[in-house]
Design a protein around this ligand. Structure first.
Ligand code: F6R
Length: 618
């Protein structure tokens, strides 16, 4: 959730530190801070509320020799969990010898604080630390300081012992002022990665931060920790044994560096959908069927004979799972259930025999989904599979099989291209598992025309901006309705609109209207409907009639020749599209709607308030 960068070098580290934090800004952007040292000379901390850009500007005004020329540094961009958004609560936190940045949540921080107070009261002459922030991370600093200063632990034994004291999760980078030429990193429930350079070594919560400086990475596994110096490093396992780890190559991808002429990452990522969907399809299918080298060949083996599928995810990825239920039951006749990860992980689960578990995640690091996968790995499913956009993520590493989304880095906090590639991946999976020639032919044809279908939908962006977005300029609330596969797309449309524009948005399967939500209808609240055609059109038209009779007003995205008429409606005609992939193509105008409404209301489309891209705390 928060972002971490650390540099240990023989040359000044400030620019690399702040640039790295800016690359991670999408993970959290309420405050940022750095600690920079000139080993043996001085050390200084700078923090500020706001994005790393604000910190960069503030550091210039500080005119500090240490901040400018220090060669060892750690930095953090925060998404608040414990304590409000203030300079004091921003990281790094310094207590005694220890300066640290922390991702994750220390659940027993109150007990740790009490334990520290007790230890101080027992030890004559010891001065208790006065906490200056409301964070669990400062308590962690104080505890580590206690271990090294008062218990006499070396940093490796202190880090190794942490899991026995701590309930919760951490990705941690620590500097001990007595050994200022090295930094330490530890992982327990929150990803950390080491980058290896020439005369400089790095650490970060995400390779994206370091990609311009190195292509050589080491992924820490759970419980591992490491020491980094400018020209050396050592990784330790959870028992404290020095171990050697595989160095993985991650070529530099310049597309990560900006929005390439688009006004925002979200605009770029919406526009990329035809290309990334096409790339995903072509990676697995040729016009005659499944390609030999496709990951789907191995996944089909793992899923052979499956009698049930259970899909787990959060947020937008959960909505993708809801669409997949329609796909799997329609094309494969396999009963499919879909569940929110944070519920699955804490309940007693009855698993029917021959059930395949699928987790869906853009990042592959979402704490609840990862915990659900770990539970599933223990629980005796036929197979655990992840659909994911990050090949090096914990979920891909820990599931028994995976299908990559190949969407490229998604930076905008609101998921767009990851969602449509998730749906495409589910259709590819349905194709790979289907035994029915007619189904395979239908899916193959529809998938091959999908990139062009998506491209043609992008062409209505200006019409959405001019005719649809103004309907929401002053709205407090709105309703999305859909039937069939468009019911989960309505949920996704509402999620996108609420998270970006802060307009309260709800979604319902249109048939549910008269069971409650109809009471909301008046002549102000906009009601958004996708009408792609097909067997449910008449039913949808009847629901529109129910709203119309109560004076409701509509925004309708409808297929050519489909008329769900009402008295007060803006009707935007979609191009001629395949019905098979309508969940994908009709998600795009809803993304564009959220985008244009948000721009119109003057808000940030890439970084909505209170949210972060990668939700690594539960
Ligand atoms: C909304 C959005 C979130 C994510 C959710 C899960 O636009 O992006 O709802 O879908 O936080 O994230 P992943 O897919 O990374 O597991």
């Amino acid at each position: 959730m928060c972002g971490i960068v650390g540099v240990v070098s023989s040359t000044p580290c400030k620019t690399r530190l702040i640039d790295g934090l800016e690359r991670l800004e999408y993970r959290g952007y309420d405050s940022a801070g750095v600690a920079i040292l000139q080993p043996g000379v001085s050390g200084e901390i700078a923090k500020s509320v706001g994005a790393p850009r604000v910190l960069r500007e503030q550091m210039v005004t500080l005119e500090s020799e240490t901040l400018e020329n220090g060669t060892v540094g750690i930095g953090h961009t925060r998404w608040a969990t414990h304590g409000g958004v203030t300079d004091k609560n921003a990281h790094p936190h310094q207590v005694g010898r220890i300066t640290l940045v922390h991702n994750g949540v220390i659940e027993n921080y109150v007990e740790l604080k009490a334990l520290l107070a007790e230890k101080h009261s027992e030890s004559a002459g010891s001065i208790p630390h006065v906490f200056s922030s409301q964070t669990d991370s400062e308590v962690l600093s104080a505890f580590l300081n206690y271990l090294v200063s008062e218990e006499g632990f070396d940093m490796d034994t202190a880090l190794q012992s942490l899991p026995s004291h701590i309930h919760g999760t951490y990705g941690l980078v620590v500097i001990d002022s007595e050994k200022p030429e090295e930094i330490w990193v530890a992982r327990s429930g929150s990803p950390m990665i080491i980058g290896l350079g020439d005369e400089s070594n790095y650490v970060a919560s995400d390779a994206l931060a370091l990609n311009p400086y190195t292509e050589n990475f080491i992924y820490l596994d759970e419980g591992e920790f490491a020491m980094l110096a400018p020209k050396s490093f050592q990784v330790f396992d959870a028992e404290g044994n020095a171990i050697s780890k595989r160095v993985e190559k991650l070529p530099y991808v310049s597309e990560n560096d900006g929005h390439n002429g688009y006004s925002s990452f979200m605009a770029k990522e919406i526009a990329e959908q035809p290309a990334v969907i096409g790339r995903l399809i072509r990676a697995h299918l040729s016009p005659s069927g499944l390609k030999d080298g496709s990951e789907l060949v191995a996944l089909r083996q793992k899923m052979l004979g499956a009698e049930n599928i259970h899909i787990i995810a959060c947020g937008t990825s959960f909505n993708a799972g809801l669409v997949a239920k329609y796909y799997f039951e329609k094309y494969l006749n396999i009963p499919t259930s879909v569940e929110i990860a944070s519920e699955f992980r804490y309940r007693d689960v009855a698993i029917p025999p021959k059930t395949v578990f699928i987790c869906v995640s853009q990042s592959g690091e979402t704490a609840d989904t990862l915990a659900a996968l770990r539970k599933a790995n223990e629980a005796g499913y036929q197979a655990t599979i992840s659909l994911c956009n990050v090949a090096t993520s914990s979920m891909v590493r820990e599931s028994q099989g995976s299908l990559m989304l190949q969407a490229g880095v998604e930076v905008g906090v609101a998921s767009t291209k990851a969602f449509t590639t998730q749906l495409t991946a589910f259709l590819l999976l349905a194709f790979a598992l289907s035994e029915c020639e007619a189904t395979k032919k239908l899916l193959l044809e529809s998938l091959f025309r999908l990139p062009a279908d998506c491209e043609s939908v992008l062409n209505i962006s200006d019409e959405i901006k001019d005719r649809a977005a103004p309907l929401f300029q002053e709205s407090q609330s709105c309703l999305f309705l859909g039937r069939g596969e468009q019911a989960p797309i309505a949920l996704e449309g509402a999620l996108k609109l609420k998270e970006l524009s802060y307009i309260h948005a709800e979604a319902y399967a249109a048939g549910e209207l008269k069971h409650g939500p109809l009471a909301l209808i008046d002549d102000v609240i906009p009601v958004v409907i996708n009408a792609p055609g097909g067997a449910l059109t008449e039913k949808l038209a009847a629901n529109v009639e129910e709203v119309n009779a109560r004076g409701g007003r509509f925004l309708v995205f409808s297929a050519p020749g489909v008329d769900v008429h009402s008295d007060n409606q803006v009707d935007i005609k979609m191009p001629e599209l395949s019905l098979v992939t309508a969940a994908i193509t009709y998600a795009i105008p809803l993304q564009m709607l959220s985008y244009h409404v948000t721009v119109l209301r003057g808000q940030n489309v890439d970084k909505p308030r209170n949210l972060a891209k990668s939700v690594t705390v539960e």
